[in-house]
Design a protein around this ligand. Structure first.
Ligand code: M6R
Length: 592
């Protein structure tokens, strides 16, 4: 969601800013814009442009200057030129780009309108430059005071027409700054800096920065200058080109075996669990929290942990967890699952429990993210940048980390023998054998009623599979536990219905066969996804079989989802949808 770029230096400002916006495209956006200072002029271009279109319409090449740029994912007001960023004040004194939501914008805007200030957009963000001009802000201290008037969430990068500086502010939305060769780079994701420098600063909540005259100065919200240490970007897993694939999503699915191997290599090399001692077990409850795909991996992860911990484990959707009054105490450990580490609902849930619970753990792909920075223990998943909006490899990676975690808790160590065994199992995953689209489309005729069914962990895989299909094919698809069919949904089953049933648990195959019979009796079509073809050999009611490799039963969940990831991808492409950027969705959901 929304991306910010800023630059202060001698190179061509427009080139740097557009290059950064390209790197931020993965976050999802529906408009873009750029404003660059050129002596006393400000060149502003914005509209519902894709970045390659923006590149074409930006004609200026400004050196020795500064500028700001933005990709917008519409929240307040539709995607159009006026609503896109940068926004500017009535007399074009202040220009700003903003990520987040200004919750008190309506009252601030009304106050300014009552003072005859003309607004040109429907956004909450425009209130920022307007307020800066109205308050006659002339320096960083006045900037801090004005920004302190805002409520909500923000990362802000602003400049004005009277001094040569960039003004930055951050609260609940990420903002990073890098310095190299007397030039300064600003972005919502330090991935932008990768080819420039590995060192960068993280602006924390309620911190401000002014970039001017070849220097950076950081302040807290009480005007006090602060010293900040630089962070080091671990570039090993930061490569993010499509390589020879036509979409990032296909590339990312095909990377799954490599990602799983990376996890084993990294966890063998470093004991990321070292701070999880027997003390961790000295709790009465574990709560796992996430959204979307991360929530689904939490559901399966809970089953892995439950098999070794003799305590209740609940899994919560972050957005739901925030409703009501959740019971939080120091006898509970919380695990936050998030690919990006920037999901607003998950961050809010973390903020709610932090300092009130026993400990907080993050399972995340982005170790510099807000969530990673704010928990006690980080368990990285080493999936590398996940660019496609639909999460795939990060999900499989989260499951493996959950599994390693549960195995670690048995004896508080993981032996080389164990790593070698898992490595052997992973070698059995051959993505090419899991493409079934052509044959499946012949069976599945009516997408209006596609169900994915499973029992126990297979039901959670079904939830993830159906989310993938909805998200990138725009087709309705529901998931339900096999046993629930007869409690209502069977009413929808007819000869136009296809049910894809996942069955990977030996002990539950007989129940799967009951569900198959119930569906077939109503003439529904059956696709079975299993690693145990033998158990179904007497069942003649299956229209199509997807055979999974025979991997260890604990790792089967990492594999059983792959045919669905591939199916969703191929269906999306057939429908001429871009699976990397489905409509209405953003990669990193930084608003509540
Ligand atoms: O970055 P996170 O894992 O916190 O993101 C959570 C969800 O927004 C995300 O998994 C979403 O459901 C995916 N787009 C699904 O493919």
């Amino acid at each position: 969601m929304c991306g910010i770029a800023g630059f202060f230096g001698h190179q061509v400002c427009e080139d740097i800013l557009i290059n950064f916006l390209e790197k931020l495209e993965y976050r999802g956006y529906d408009s873009s814009g750029i404003a660059v200072k050129n002596k006393n002029n400000i060149n502003l271009v914005k509209g519902t442009y894709k970045i390659n279109e923006l590149k074409e319409v930006v004609k200026t090449k400004t050196t020795n200057s500064c500028g700001i740029a933005h990709t917008r994912w519409a929240t307040h007001g539709k995607a159009n030129k006026d609503n896109s960023h940068p926004h500017y004040s009535a007399n074009k004194v202040w220009f700003a780009v903003h990520n987040g939501i200004i919750e008190n914008y309506a009252s601030l805007k009304n106050k300014l309108i009552n003072c005859n200030i003309k607004f040109s957009s429907e956004t909450d963000s425009e209130v920022i430059p307007q307020l800066l001009e109205y308050n006659n802000v002339k320096n960083i201290y006045e900037f801090i005071d004005t920004i302190n008037m805002l409520k909500g969430a923000y990362a802000i990068c602003a400049f004005n027409n009277f001094d040569n500086s960039l003004y930055l502010a951050k609260y609940k939305n990420p903002l990073y700054i890098a310095e190299f060769n007397n030039e300064f780079f600003i972005a919502s994701d330090p991935i932008c800096f990768n080819e420039i420098t590995k060192n960068y600063y993280t602006l924390n909540d309620n911190e401000f920065c002014i970039v001017s005259d070849n220097k950076l100065c950081f302040y807290n919200n009480k005007h006090k200058k602060i010293n900040k240490k630089q962070n080091l970007l671990n570039s090993k897993y930061l490569k993010c080109s499509k390589e020879n694939y036509s979409t990032f999503m296909e590339k990312e699915i095909n990377e799954i075996p490599k990602v799983l191997k990376n996890i084993l290599t990294e966890y063998k090399k470093n004991n990321y669990f070292e701070h999880i001692t027997s003390d961790f077990l000295d709790v009465k409850r574990v709560v796992i929290i996430g959204c979307g795909t991360a929530y689904h991996s939490g559901l399966i992860g809970a089953k892995y942990l439950e098999s070794v911990l003799n305590i209740p484990i609940s899994v919560e959707l972050a957005s739901e967890f925030l409703c009501g009054n959740p019971i939080i105490n120091n006898t509970t450990s919380y695990i936050f699952v998030s690919q990006s580490g920037e999901t607003a609902d998950t961050i809010n849930a973390l903020n709610l429990v932090k300092n009130k619970c026993k400990n907080t753990i993050a399972i995340t792909n982005v170790t510099y993210s807000t969530i990673a920075q704010n928990v006690d223990i980080v368990l990285p998943v080493f999936a590398g940048p996940e660019i496609a909006v639909a999460s795939t490899k990060a999900y499989n990676a989260q499951l493996l980390v959950f599994y390693l975690f549960s195995e670690y808790l048995k004896n508080f160590k993981l032996e080389t023998k164990f790593f070698n065994k898992i490595n052997g199992e992973i070698k059995k995953i051959n993505i090419a054998t899991l493409y079934h689209f052509d044959k499946l489309t012949k069976i599945i005729s009516n997408f209006d009623s596609l169900f994915i069914l499973g029992k126990f962990k297979d039901y959670f895989t079904a939830l993830e599979a159906s989310l993938k299909i909805r998200e990138i094919t725009y087709s309705n698809c529901s998931a339900l536990p096999c046993g629930e069919l007869k409690h209502g949904t069977l009413a929808l089953v007819s000869n136009k219905t296809t049910c894809i049933i996942i069955s990977t648990n030996k002990l539950l195959h007989s129940k799967t066969i009951s569900a198959i019979n119930e569906i077939k009796a109503r003439l529904g079509k059956i696709v079975l996804v299993t690693n145990s073809v033998e158990s179904f050999k007497d069942c003649s009611l299956i229209d199509y079989l997807i055979k999974l490799p025979n991997v260890d039963e604990n790792l089967i969940d990492l594999v059983s989802v792959i045919p669905f990831q591939l199916f969703a991808l191929q269906l999306s492409l057939t429908k001429k949808i871009n699976p990397d950027k489905p409509r209405n969705l953003a990669k990193s959901v930084t608003v509540e």
